[in-house]
Design a protein around this ligand. Structure first.
Ligand SMILES: [Zn+2]
Length: 113
């Protein structure tokens, strides 16, 4: 089993119930999930397959909407940016962001620089 690259504590376990949401459509995919922090890693092939299906349905585009869970760190709630979005936006991880609350259950995250 592989060690989780995020928390370095858990093992990556094969799962087939990773849920991604693209514009209101849900895709169930195979991949791996960390037994400790719960981070999900979608198999690259599966991710490509989902993108193809989404393209055919005409729902693939900007903004990318993916389902991710929030987690608690010692003092605050943490949202991990999924790797696909990170790559898509060329994020380095030291960007300043602006977070705005849009209504009851929506947050807008903008890259400030
Ligand atoms: Zn982990």
């Amino acid at each position: 089993m592989k060690e989780c690259p995020i928390c370095k504590k858990g093992n990556l376990v094969e799962v087939n119930d990773i849920v991604s949401e693209v514009e209101g459509h849900f895709f169930i995919q195979k991949g791996k999930r960390c037994s400790s922090c719960g981070e999900e890693f979608i198999d690259e092939k599966e991710g490509q397959r989902m993108i193809e299906v989404a393209r055919k349905l005409g729902i693939w585009g900007q903004p990318l909407k993916l389902h991710r869970k929030l987690s608690r760190s010692a003092r605050a709630t943490v949202l991990r940016i999924p790797t696909d979005i990170e790559k898509n936006m060329n994020l380095k991880g030291d960007e300043e962001v602006l977070i705005s609350k849009l209504g009851k259950n929506k947050l807008l995250i903008e890259i400030a620089n």
